[in-house]
Design a protein around this ligand. Structure first.
Ligand SMILES: Nc1ncnc2c1ncn2[C@@H]1O[C@H](COP(=O)(O)OP(=O)(O)OP(=O)(O)O)[C@@H](O)[C@H]1O
Length: 345
């Protein structure tokens, strides 16, 4: 087992999301949140930018530059991209990586092979040791849930591409699951709707703005409007369109059915005492998509429990990992795997 004793504040915590990667700690003590992409020059086969800079280039990318992302549904799909990205981000927060322990938030139910791929990528990026902790556990710690008490605490972390849900009690995981759904699915559904119903093509930024401005998971009482410019698919010219909030609600509603079923399933399979705790104390809803208007209310209404959204919900996994790093001894039951430079687990 790798060393779980503290290492003088050198620890780095990292939440590698399908959209955004967040880091805390390290010798520089900085907090980083940058897009999980790298930009490559396909002709010269070299990396031209990572994170913020890559995202900026993607917007105005010549044909020969390609954006690449290392993750799909929370799991590594491109090891080389993951290595390049981790190398860049980890060295940005620490100039003493060789002495650093790195805590990584991972989806639930990773296979042994997937866990090893993640740990190898972190070690090869220069870290001394790596510890994997499931994201719902990290989010629970980040929310300040009483994870050591004899009380069930449920957390749902909804990001861009995955939902990590789990119940913790008495310092252990009662149940946890990761499903493939997130804010990107809502964006894709909105993009399809706008194409089919308005006959226009719009940018990703407009879709994101529609979701933030009039997106809602509960039927709207007043039907607000959102005006935007699209490019007509027939004549290629610009056209002004107006979408109603009730239309956006329908799109969102069609998207979240599967999520609601999964959440109900988790509650149904929990022990009655745990369900009673969840009903009394509620569920923590974290991740960027927790900010979707009406989502907490909708989940609360469907499950019959109070749902709390903390401040800055998208940061709770990395905040929780950072908190965990100071007490890995007590949290050892939550470590799903670990490795050090010498290759020992
Ligand atoms: N105000 C908002 N309303 C609706 N959605 C929002 C809002 N703010 C952010 N989001 C959505 O949150 C998502 C990003 O969340 P987050 O940063 O937690 O994802 P991630 O960690 O990269 O992804 P994942 O954890 O799924 O791998 C995006 O889909 C974004 O559109």
């Amino acid at each position: 087992m790798s060393s779980i004793l503290p290492t003088l504040g050198k620890d780095v915590s990292i939440d590698i999301g399908s959209i955004q990667t967040r880091l805390m700690g390290g010798t520089r003590g900085t907090v980083i949140s940058e897009p999980s992409i790298i930009a490559t020059d396909t002709k010269q086969e070299k990396v031209v930018a990572v994170g913020d800079e890559a995202a900026r280039l993607v917007l105005r990318m010549p044909d020969m530059w390609r954006p690449l992302t290392p993750l799909k549904d929370g799991f590594i799909v491109d090891y080389r991209v993951m290595h390049t990205m981790l190398n860049y981000f980890l060295n940005k927060v620490s100039n003493a990586l060789r002495r650093a322990r790195v805590l990584v938030g991972v989806p639930c139910g990773m296979t042994d092979v997937e866990q090893r791929a993640m740990m190898d990528a972190v070690i090869q990026a220069g870290a001394r040791e790596v510890f994997l902790i499931e994201r719902p556990v990290a989010a629970a710690i980040g929310c300040g849930a009483p994870i050591f008490e004899a009380r069930g605490s449920m957390v749902i972390d909804i990001g861009g591409g995955t939902v990590d849900m789990g119940i913790v009690s008495l310092g252990g995981i009662v149940d946890s699951k990761t499903i493939r759904f997130g804010g990107s699915d809502i964006n894709n559904a909105l993009l399809r709707y706008v194409r089919e119903c308005f006959g226009v093509i719009v940018s990703d930024e407009i879709i994101e703005d529609i979701k933030h401005t009039v997106g809602t998971a509960v039927a709207p009482l007043e039907d607000a409007e959102y005006a935007f410019q699209g490019r007509d698919m027939m004549n290629g010219l610009g056209r002004r369109c107006v979408i109603h909030q009730s239309e956006v609600y329908q799109v969102v509603n069609d998207c979240i059915g599967g999520l609601l079923d999964e959440l109900k399933q988790m509650i149904r399979s929990a022990e009655p005492e745990i369900v009673a705790d969840i009903m009394q104390y509620g569920i923590y809803l974290t991740g960027g998509t927790a900010q979707l208007s009406g989502l907490a209310e909708r989940i609360g209404g469907e499950l019959g429990v109070p749902v709390h959204v903390p401040d800055a919900p998208e940061t709770k996994v990395v905040v929780g990992l950072n908190g965990a790093s100071s007490d890995l001894v007590s949290l050892s039951r939550f470590i799903v795997n670990s490795k050090n430079r010498k290759g020992q687990d």
